[in-house]
Design a protein around this ligand. Structure first.
Ligand SMILES: Nc1ncnc2c1ncn2[C@@H]1O[C@H](COP(=O)(O)OP(=O)(O)OP(=O)(O)O)[C@@H](O)[C@H]1O
Ligand SMILES: [Mg+2]
Length: 239
């Protein structure tokens, strides 16, 4: 069997004494979208912080295409092809759109199928091209989200982590962001998508993991979950 694009195996992670992730295991298959769901505070962002190396786990292992990366610094992990679109976007507000993109540029790692350049990002997001000299802090919320995605793509990732890309966006902009994610998937990118918006996740994801208080409570294909054999309300408090 081919190695997963990204896997977390038996992860225990702490903030100080607070044991936030307890034995979390999840696998993102190459070319798939894995939806990661859970209530506020369930540990979704923490999973991302562990994957990118910002929060080293106390136990367990993070692997990228079969290679152990946990214990390495964030920069070394990024160089192996992992990029994060962080919750809340975190763009450089005082830099221009163009500068935000160029500072994030990195040559594609071996095996990357779709090299991202400034031109490629502007072609994917024409609105960023129009506003390339504008100070990023003055972009609308939707434009800032596109810039955050564009920045991550400029690093030419093989695996993209997206933390609540629809947060705070109007429905029409959410639809645009989602069609972007669909396009990236079609190009072969492996994507871990954290969302509060359950419908979005079910529209896009191949596989779904639900976290509850730092533990995995559901791990299944989206198809199986759609078939309704699991009580999502119990785990998410929605529907
Ligand atoms: N830097 C930190 N220091 C201490 N505790 C933290 C820190 N970041 C998060 N936590 C705690 O860890 C738990 C998990 O937080 P996390 O941000 O991973 O949740 P989440 O599932 O992403 O939630 P949300 O949907 O609200 O973004 C929460 O109880 C949170 O209060
Ligand atoms: Mg979060």
């Amino acid at each position: 069997m081919a190695d997963d694009a990204l896997s977390l195996a038996g992860i225990d992670a702490f903030y100080g004494d607070s044991h936030v992730l307890q034995g979390v295991s999840l696998s993102l298959a190459e070319g798939h979208v894995l939806g990661l769901l859970g209530r506020n505070g369930a540990g979704k962002t923490t999973c991302m912080n562990v994957a990118v190396g910002l929060l080293p786990p106390r136990a367990g292992r993070v692997s990228l295409f079969g290679e152990k990366v946990s214990g390495r610094p964030p920069e070394a992990i990024a160089m192996r092809g992992l990029a994060l679109v962080p919750q809340g976007r975190r763009i450089f507000r005082s830099l221009s759109v163009r500068e935000n993109l160029t500072v994030a540029a990195r040559k594609p790692v071996a095996g990357a199928r779709h090299p991202w350049t400034l031109d490629a990002v502007f072609a994917a997001f024409p609105r960023l091209a129009e506003r390339q000299r504008q100070t990023a802090g003055y972009l609308s919320g939707g434009e800032q989200q596109m810039l955050a995605i564009g920045r991550a793509l400029m690093s030419n990732p093989r695996v993209l982590l997206m933390d609540e890309p629809s947060e705070g966006l109007a429905p029409q902009i959410v639809a645009e962001v989602m069609s972007t994610i669909r396009r990236l998937k079609e190009q072969g990118l492996s994507i871990l998508l954290v969302e509060q918006n359950v419908k979005l996740v079910f529209d896009l994801a191949d596989d779904i993991v639900i976290l509850n208080s730092g533990r995995v409570v559901v791990s299944n294909t989206a198809g199986e979950l759609r078939a309704g054999r699991i009580d999502l309300h119990q785990h998410l408090g929605v529907f």
